[in-house]
Design a protein around this ligand. Structure first.
Ligand code: ADE
Ligand code: ZN
Length: 316
């Protein structure tokens, strides 16, 4: 089996329907608005985010989050993963009535359990939500800068890219960078190449979440290649959200040929009917990647991981 590494998966978006149903039973909650017949229900990005938020409200204690991390990471290890970075969101924890400290401790416990059982190495990327606005993202950055945790090694921003401008978030990203965190930002998924260029100019990330729509501008593709800005590509997610009509239209292979470092990721696996193993299969089937090329994608991800050099060396 090809060994795999994942840099882009949202913890709340990785909750399996079965686990969400178990938590709903625990809390006596009705999930029928967003979960039917064992599948999450949504029809566009906005309703996806709503379903995602509703599912996350069923994780209310540190133990619920330990379960979530352990459940996801055990499944990831079964798919051949040796390294995983997950986006975490203190905003979601607070909305569910949980303190950021208990949230991160719960997740760290789940990661320790999964590592004990499988050896899978894992880190967290604290994330602000763009649609909540600059103040909320600054608060998320401030929390993690003031409360460092050894397993939280990055800071990022997810959410609705069509809202606000990257420069509105520069203070948050400066704070996170000065705290020593690796920087990534979602851009070039729902919006075009300008969104990627603006994010690079304003936020100076080492990696871009998605970033695939950079393909719309050859100068920008060259800039990504020259500066070796890594793209956390999520082809299955992109097709589910209709960013591209089908896999043959996806620019993953073209970006790679242009010298841009690209990686394969599942984003929100059960929402998009995917997982990391399927993303590697998609690359094999539609992008013509053989085993050697897939191994190189894993190596690229480990080189771009927000992890200490000792751990990186062991993984490589
Ligand atoms: N949050 C969870 N999944 C996301 C995605 N695909 N884009 C932006 N924000 C997200
Ligand atoms: Zn994402």
């Amino acid at each position: 089996m090809v060994l795999k590494a994942e840099l882009h998966c949202h913890m709340e978006g990785a909750a399996s329907p079965g686990l969400v149903e178990r938590k709903a039973t625990k809390y006596g909650a009705d999930v029928s608005a967003f979960l039917q017949g064992g599948k999450f229900v949504w029809h566009d990005f906005t309703s996806f985010l709503r379903a995602y938020d509703q599912a996350s409200m069923l994780f209310r204690t540190d133990e619920d989050y330990a379960d979530l991390a352990e459940d996801y990471l055990l499944s990831l290890s079964r798919q051949g993963a040796i390294y995983s970075e997950v986006f975490i969101s203190t905003d979601h924890a607070i909305s569910a009535g949980l303190s950021p400290r208990a949230y991160i401790e719960g997740l760290a416990e789940g990661m320790r359990r999964a590592k004990g059982a499988t050896g899978l190495e894992c880190r967290m990327i604290a994330t602000g939500l763009r649609h909540k606005g600059p103040e909320a993202v600054l608060a998320a950055a401030q929390y993690i800068a003031d409360n460092p945790h050894p397993l939280v090694t990055g800071f990022g921003m997810a959410g609705d890219e069509r809202m606000h401008s990257p420069k509105d978030f520069a203070a948050a990203f400066d704070l996170a960078r000065n705290a020593g965190l690796g920087i990534t930002v979602h851009a070039g998924e729902l919006s075009g190449w300008e969104s990627v260029a603006d994010a690079l100019d304003a936020l100076r990330p080492a990696r871009i979440g998605h970033g695939v729509r950079a393909i719309e501008n050859p100068d920008l593709v060259k800039r990504l290649a020259d500066d070796q800005i890594m793209l956390e590509c999520c082809p299955g997610s992109n097709i589910s959200l209709s960013v591209y009509p089908d896999f043959p239209a996806h620019p993953f292979a073209e970006l790679a040929r242009a010298g841009v470092p690209v990686t394969l990721n599942s984003d929100d696996p059960p929402f998009f009917h995917t997982d990391l193993a399927r993303e590697y299969e998609i690359a094999a089937t539609y992008f013509g990647y053989d085993e050697e090329m897939l191994n190189a994608v894993t190596e690229t991800a480990i080189k771009g991981a927000f992890v200490d050099e000792n751990t990186r060396t062991k993984l490589l």
